[in-house]
Design a protein around this ligand. Structure first.
Ligand SMILES: NC(=O)c1ccc[n+]([C@@H]2O[C@H](COP(=O)([O-])OP(=O)(O)OC[C@H]3O[C@@H](n4cnc5c(N)ncnc54)[C@H](OP(=O)(O)O)[C@@H]3O)[C@@H](O)[C@H]2O)c1
Length: 226
């Protein structure tokens, strides 16, 4: 599949490498290619700059947000949740309409320090805001409840049957995303319903952040036991 990824952070890199490895034709998008390639400092977690990563993954294409979205029949939103709407405006409706948009972003606001709070919650979600702003895009919220390393390798955790969620209005789009998740190793994929159910999965983040504090590691997930 042709896949366009919006976002050069940990999520964009991990999911880009995994999907390329699975045989997809991947393009990763950024605001400004030359500025992103000119960054030489490690990121806030001490990871090497994006320019190093793309050198090691040289078969993955790189372009602007709009070019990555134009490339993809399926587009992944892996931008900072607080500014995802700005990033999607840079992409433009013409590159989004009719396509599947897998939304992984979380609307976390760090402006008052840590732990961050959700800038959207309870009666709305980022997934819904994106769907309302781009009504012809087929938004599927998923993977936002796990760390990037777990996202692309659920088997990293003992017992691969821990849970991942899907929210979206379009049954066909959810079916495509579900197959993609299965190919990545996910087994317990729970379809919660329409895009309003993204409120629930985005609101997992406050407890996720507290668990991260307790375990001092982001490598964990929830398992829904029936
Ligand atoms: N890290 C994880 O393990 C994890 C797990 C689950 C969900 N998430 C969610 O996934 C998303 C990506 O997380 P991340 O850690 O990979 O990276 P991130 O640092 O949150 O996001 C990086 C991307 O956001 C873009 N961006 C930043 N400010 C922007 C602005 N003002 N306008 C437009 N674009 C802007 C950057 O563009 P440039 O490329 O131009 O710099 C970059 O591509 C977030 O919403 C996060 O909450 C993260």
């Amino acid at each position: 599949m042709e896949i366009g990824i919006l976002g050069t952070g940990m999520v964009g890199q991990n999911i880009g490498a995994k999907l390329f490895w699975l045989g997809h034709n991947v393009m990763i998008g950024t605001r400004d290619v030359s500025k992103t390639m000119a960054r030489t400092d490690p990121d806030m977690y001490g990871n090497p700059p994006f320019s190093e990563w793309i050198k090691q993954n040289s078969k993955i294409k790189m372009g602007s947000f709009a070019e990555a979205a134009a490339h993809g029949e399926l587009i992944i939103n892996a931008t900072t949740g607080l500014v995802s709407m700005e990033a999607l405006k840079l992409v433009g409706k013409e590159n989004l309409d009719g396509k599947i948009l897998m939304d992984i972003a979380n609307p976390l606001d760090f402006s008052k320090g840590t732990p961050p709070f959700l800038s959207i919650c309870n009666t709305d979600s980022l997934g819904e805001q994106i769907q309302r702003a781009f009504p012809k895009v087929r938004v599927v919220k998923t993977l936002n409840t796990v760390n990037a390393m777990v996202m692309v390798n659920p088997k990293k955790l003992k017992g691969a049957d821990h849970s991942i969620f899907l929210s979206g209005n379009d049954a066909g789009a959810k079916c495509t995303v579900k197959e993609l998740l299965k190919s990545m190793g996910w087994k317990d994929i729970i379809d919660l319903g329409d895009i309003t159910t993204a409120r629930g999965t985005e609101m997992i983040l406050p407890i996720w952040i507290r668990l991260y504090g307790v375990f001092e590691s982001p490598v964990f997930n929830v398992k829904v036991v029936r």
